[in-house]
Design a protein around this ligand. Structure first.
Ligand SMILES: Nc1ncnc2c1ncn2[C@@H]1O[C@H](COP(=O)(O)OP(=O)(O)OP(=O)(O)O)[C@@H](O)[C@H]1O
Length: 548
């Protein structure tokens, strides 16, 4: 039993978990390291929730789909008062708000699309002294406005501001330095909402040691571990997802032995067809064995996300898939909000055949979204069976976040990168353009102005280099490479550690290093051919990244 913030009342967390959230037990993490403390094995979700309810500042780093939202949503329904959730994207908020409301938790949001009347209604409730609202979702930009700060100060003075949750906290470091400076102002909470201090919980799946330090500093949290008298409770679990199968497929756009030339589409189509026929065979077998019985997932189309670099590619690739009888929709930030919402909804809740025979007729059918990086973070679609990066991801954190959309139901799912050295060179070029632009900004030249932009730009390039290393590595388990990235080089605020369990769940562990290396050598262009190809292509002009 956890004790409530003000006191004494023990709280039955299991009861609330079952009654409000319909879950049987808390997620157990076998290997947990609290910053700079001993390795332990324990139900980390419950511990985070207890620490939160007790009023500690908390930093939680846990794998994608671990169940981090529960760590502030469950405390929000226990006791009284308001939890402010700072979230980076409207799509992500909508998803969580719908889920919370479905569970009967009074949840609101104030955003650019909130009408004046609606906003008045919400604000009146928030500052009434005994608010009905338990969760309010907002962007960092709203938190930086005088009006909202004034509102929070009033709620705080009334003793009703229970905690602040910073979801996807890595965005503080990723975006706060350049195009979303409001992220850097979140320190206001710890500086201003004092006596008593309002507890903050920061949550992320993907933070390197540098990013962790950045988050802690930016939010004004105590960086010291509890063993040194620190007041922040740090929890980190392994970032590994054992049910995800990681694989890299190698192709060449310049070598003559590839009949498809620079068009990877036939390879993608072959790969999708092979998944589809495996599913059909399995459904046929199930139907033979027991005609009236099958699990619901067997009956749904195969859901997958294909990530591409450009908005135009989302349109062209989804059109090509559709013309090959594969259901696919494009998603990017340039679509109007209603279309984006419809595409997202249809993807998360696809049409589901009700019996096995109908399912067999659509057996192996697909429910695919072809998206830029605008789609993904926080999307909780349970049965995504694959995530394909159709081209080189532009950063390692993005790769892990995006791959993390797969297999959220805990069942096996594939995360595949379609990799060519020619595309590697294009991505390197685009990111270097961004980096140079950053370096040439006033204040960043000669490392003046603190050099924050410079450090960020360099971190972006390092992150891309890590993606390339990951893709071209034929001698290490891919789960291990991912875990290592987020654990590497632990510094001041501590590190992350976790045993990576890969049960043949990556191409290296499944095929063995020798076979994988041969496959890579057969597939990729050699460096010389790739270089010449890139030179030729570049002379025709390469485009930089457009907005996501
Ligand atoms: N104790 C639990 N038992 C069963 N399911 C759970 C439990 N906790 C959370 N879940 C479910 O796990 C899924 C993922 O949770 P959530 O969206 O909070 O993940 P997350 O850690 O925020 O992931 P990401 O960083 O990828 O957004 C949700 O469908 C949620 O309902």
């Amino acid at each position: 039993m956890a004790r409530g913030r003000k006191g004494k009342e023990p709280v039955d967390l299991d009861f609330t978990l079952r009654r409000v959230f319909g879950k049987q037990s808390f997620r157990f993490e076998a290997v947990v390291i609290e910053y700079l403390e001993a390795k332990q094995s324990r139900p980390v979700q419950r511990e985070v929730i207890s620490a939160t309810i007790e009023g500690h500042d908390v930093f939680l780093q846990a794998a994608t789909s671990f169940g981090k939202s529960l760590c502030f949503q469950l405390p929000a329904v226990i006791g009284s008062g308001i939890t402010v959730v700072v979230s980076p994207l409207l799509a992500l908020m909508t998803n969580q708000i719908d889920a919370a409301r479905d569970r009967g938790i009074p949840t609101e949001t104030i955003s650019s699309s909130t009408t004046y009347t609606e906003r008045r209604r919400i604000e009146t409730d928030l500052k009434c002294g005994h608010p009905y609202t338990r969760l309010i979702y907002v962007t960092p930009e709203l938190c930086a406005t005088q009006n909202f700060r004034k509102l929070l100060t009033t709620i705080h003075q009334q003793g009703q501001l229970t905690r602040i949750a910073i979801d996807e906290a890595h965005c503080i470091s990723e975006w706060g330095h350049d195009f979303r400076p409001a992220y850097k102002e979140l320190r206001w909470f710890k500086q201003t909402l004092i006596l008593p201090s309002v507890p903050v919980i920061a949550l992320t799946a993907t933070a390197t040691p540098r990013v962790r330090e950045d988050i802690v500093t930016s939010l004004g949290l105590d960086p010291r571990p509890s063993s040194e008298g620190g007041t922040t409770k740090f929890f980190s679990t392994t970032t590994a997802r054992p049910n995800l199968h990681y694989e890299v497929r190698y192709f060449s756009e310049s070598s003559p032995h590839h009949s498809s030339g620079d068009d990877l589409f036939p390879n993608l189509l072959n790969w999708l067809n092979s998944i589809s026929s495996r599913r059909s065979t399995r459904l046929g077998y199930l139907h033979q064995r027991s005609p009236n019985n099958s699990t619901s997932t067997d009956l749904t189309p195969i859901s997958g996300i294909i990530y591409v670099a450009f908005r135009s590619t989302t349109e062209s690739l989804s059109a090509r898939l559709t013309s090959n009888n594969i259901t696919a929709s494009a998603y990017h930030a340039g679509l109007d909000p209603t279309t984006r919402q419809t595409v997202q909804e249809t993807f998360i809740h696809p049409h589901q055949p009700t019996d096995l025979q109908t399912a067999q007729t659509v057996a192996g059918s697909f429910n695919i979204i072809v998206a830029t990086t605008a789609f993904g973070m926080g999307i909780d679609a349970p049965s995504v069976r694959f995530v394909v990066h159709y081209g080189v991801p532009r950063g390692f954190e993005a790769f892990v976040q995006e791959s993390g959309r797969a297999g959220r139901d805990g069942k096996a799912a594939s995360c595949v990168v379609f990799y060519t050295r020619e595309e590697r060179d294009r991505v390197l070029y685009r990111v270097s353009l961004d980096v140079n632009r950053e370096l040439n900004k006033k204040g960043n030249r000669n490392n003046q102005g603190g050099g924050v932009g410079k450090a960020q730009a360099e971190a972006r390039m390092e992150s891309l280099q890590k993606v390339i290393e990951y893709c071209e590595c034929t001698s290490r388990c891919r789960h291990e490479l991912i875990s290592e990235y987020f654990a590497a080089g632990a510094t001041g605020t501590g590190g992350l550690e976790g045993e990576t369990k890969c049960d043949f769940a990556c191409d290296y562990c499944k095929e063995g290093g020798q076979k994988l290396r041969k496959r890579m050598e057969r597939g990729l262009a050699d460096e010389e051919a790739a270089f010449e190809f890139s030179q030729r292509e570049r002379s025709n002009g390469w485009e930089g990244y457009e907005d996501i």
